[in-house]
Design a protein around this ligand. Structure first.
Ligand code: MG
Length: 398
């Protein structure tokens, strides 16, 4: 995924939610009703805010819903979340108001999502964003697996079995190049279409289907809440540990870079990038925990663009891959092995710097050092080696 793109999100929450309200004691529109104690709307807001490639999120709310909205997002402290926008007379009008509100942020892309789908996953969002690199539109969708029956008017009897080949259930988010969908919303404002992809279909533009997630269904009827409650139980986590090891030799120079910290020294480390042996080992530990190859696979040493690169680029990439999988970094432990320079005066700065690059609490990063009692290549001060382990939590795949 290209990270430099401005990827915005419109969450449409302007509906009255009357059908879902039926039979429920709560007088609230469905998007403000609680799911595991958290307003339905807040679920998808949090998921989009957590996606590393989403830059701005705007929510379209109904007139007179400001108080409900403020309560729903209470305590959410995210710069990515823009002030809400008031919806129009129809869903289409609401989306259009969201598009207008985003214009000043010069978006490359916009993802449009229904607030009534609280259980969208990071993976589904990634699938849509990735596909937009090659298509002007992409929507999350699931293939139809049930056999489809057509009924007679009185709905009790089958008149026919409908073919289900090539049939998909459209979900949201539906993602588009911002300029394309904005133009089409203006052009087709008079048409009453049920989703945003229909606008591209109307204009003869192709829209890609990418895998959604089965829990990402739309809460419509009152009984859907019970299903959503069941599906929204926290996913089972699995824990994985990866290991990394790296060595760099000394050559003539006056400093080394370890864990991103520059330390004056009589020699420097030899290498293609800044030769930060500690960050290399740590990045490999993260790739290892993901079973995603190693640093050389992602940043080939043969590629001149990584010459002299700051190694934090590699580490950020590995951290990004963990986030894209919906994972979390639990703990990392590094052991730097050398006689010189002395590491202990720099340990705190090192773990703090790594924590900052990795966007985790410094308490989750341990940096230690040892010598090899003057034995071996590190003992002879020919180079520095580092061992690292990384423990991550990943949502258990079905
Ligand atoms: Mg290396």
């Amino acid at each position: 995924m290209e990270k430099s793109k401005i990827t915005t999100v419109i969450i449409v929450a302007a509906g009255k939610g009357l059908r879902a309200r039926d039979g429920r004691a709560s007088p609230l529109p469905k998007q403000y009703q609680p799911l595991q104690g958290k307003p339905i709307l807040r679920w998808s807001i949090e998921t989009f805010l957590a996606h590393p490639h989403v830059t701005h999120v705007v929510v379209v709310i109904a007139p007179n819903s400001q108080d409900l909205y403020d309560t729903a997002i209470a305590g959410l402290n995210a710069k990515k979340l823009l002030p809400p926008v008031i919806g129009g007379a129809s869903r289409q009008g609401s989306v259009q108001n969201g598009l207008i509100a985003l214009a000043s942020y010069t978006p490359d892309r916009v993802l449009i999502h229904d607030a009534a789908r609280p259980l969208v996953t990071i993976n589904t969002i990634s699938n849509v964003i990735e596909k937009l690199a090659e298509s002007s539109g992409a929507i999350a969708a699931m293939p139809v697996n049930d056999t489809l029956k057509l009924s007679s008017q009185d709905i009790d009897f089958i008149t026919k079995t409908a073919p289900r080949d090539n049939l998909w259930r459209a979900q949201t988010p539906q993602g588009f190049h911002y300029s394309v969908i904005t133009d089409l919303h203006t052009k087709y404002a008079h048409l009453d279409l049920t989703d945003d992809a229909s606008l591209l279909e109307e204009a003869g533009l192709s829209v890609a289907l990418v895998p959604g997630n089965p829990e990402n269904f739309k809460i419509t009827q009152a009984q859907d809440f019970a299903m959503a409650e069941k599906l929204s139980l926290p996913p089972q986590q699995e824990y994985r540990t990866g290991h990394g090891f790296d060595v760099h030799a000394f050559e003539a120079g006056d400093h080394v870079v370890l864990c991103g910290i520059t330390i004056p020294h009589g020699q420097k480390l030899k290498g293609h990038s800044d030769a930060d042996v500690a960050i290399h080992a740590l990045s490999d530990a993260l790739y290892g925990a993901l079973s995603a190859g190693d640093i050389g696979d992602h940043f080939p040493p043969s590629d001149p663009q990584w010459r002299g690169a700051r190694s934090e680029v590699f580490l950020r990439h590995a951290v990004d891959l963990v986030a894209q999988r919906g994972g979390k970094i639990i703990h990392c432990d590094l052991t730097l092995i050398c006689e010189q320079p002395k590491i202990s005066p720099h340990r705190a700065a090192m773990s703090e710097n790594l924590a900052q690059i990795m966007m985790v609490d410094p308490a989750r990063i341990s940096v230690k050092a040892t010598t090899t009692e003057r034995l071996g290549f590190t003992g002879r001060e020919e180079g520095i080696s580092t061992m690292a382990t990384a423990t991550i939590a990943l949502p258990q795949e079905a």
